[in-house]
Each structure stands twice: as C-alpha cells, then as structure tokens.
Design a protein around this ligand. Sequence first.
Ligand code: SF4
Ligand code: SF4
Length: 168
Amino acid sequence: MGFRRYGNGIAKGMALTFKHLFRKPITTQYPEERLNVSRRTRGTQIIWNRDTCIACSACARACPIGCIDMSTSRGEDKKLKVDNITIDFGLCIFCGLCVEACPVGNAIFLSYNWEYAEYQRSKLVLSNDELLYSNTKQVSGYYHPDVEKTLPEQTLLVNRTNRGKPWD
Ligand code: SF4
Ligand code: SF4
C-alpha cells in the first residue's frame, strides 16, 4: 500500500532528476559569460554628446524627476553653449523622455551598459566629461534605430536551449 501510494511518485521524481543530469546547462556563468541584452535596452546611464548638443535644455525640462541640471550661456558667436550639465543617476528612472525630447536627435542617449554600481551615493552624480561616450560606455539603440542596427543581436534563452550557444 505504502509503495503503491509513494513509490510511483518517487520513481517519477528520480527519472526526472536523472534526465536533467544529462541536459545541457542553460544557466549563464556571469560575469565570465554574458548574454547580449536587447539592442534597445535602457541602460543604467545617460550619454551626452557635447559636439552636437545645442544647449536648448529640452532634455532637462522633459525629465519628470528633475535629475538633469543644466546651465547655459551665450558664446561670442551668440550661440547657446552648455556651461555645466549634471545628471543624478541615483534619481534617474531611465524613462528615456530626455532622449525623446532632444530636437537634435544625436545629442543624448541611454546607455547600452547595465552594470553600474557605486559604494557611495555621491558617485552616482556625473557631470560634463563624465557623461561623454567612452569605450566602456556605449550608447543604446533606444529611440535610435541607426544605433540599434550596429549592436549585436540579443541573446535569447530560447535560442540557447534549442540551437546551442549563439555567442560561440
Ligand atoms: S531617463 Fe528619464 S529620469 Fe532619467 S534623466 Fe532622462 S528623463 Fe530624467
Ligand atoms: S535636448 Fe539635446 S540638444 Fe537640447 S540640451 Fe538636451 S542634449 Fe542638448
């Protein structure tokens, strides 16, 4: 009676365990192994392009949190220029509204990077040169289809389980 009640269940459980022993693992050994995120990801920083920015402050006005602080002045050529731009990434919710509001189109981006952590809250506040593009800080294709085309395709778990490792 005891075996009939519990034996079948135990046998089924053992069979399932045995089956999984020989399955290809689908876990990722982060940080040695990384999956490609969505090309339109809203990464954990904003990237500013000083060369194309016209200092209109539309991004700062569009921000629902008010975490972009910008001061501008007119240069000798009477054109507006940014004297200081500061973004508080401890407050930013990565909504992308600043990127969408920019009339220039290539002066502000969300980043493709998503690994961003600091031990001190104050280090999440970045200004001027710290907001520029760098080799370790790439721009995301969010709201920028031209950038999206240049980024690697997202690694999908379904590809990994059905067709092997797409990053090999
Ligand atoms: S992503 Fe959103 S919250 Fe962050 S700076 Fe831009 S508008 Fe503000
Ligand atoms: S909206 Fe664009 S052009 Fe205007 S200040 Fe912001 S980044 Fe510069």
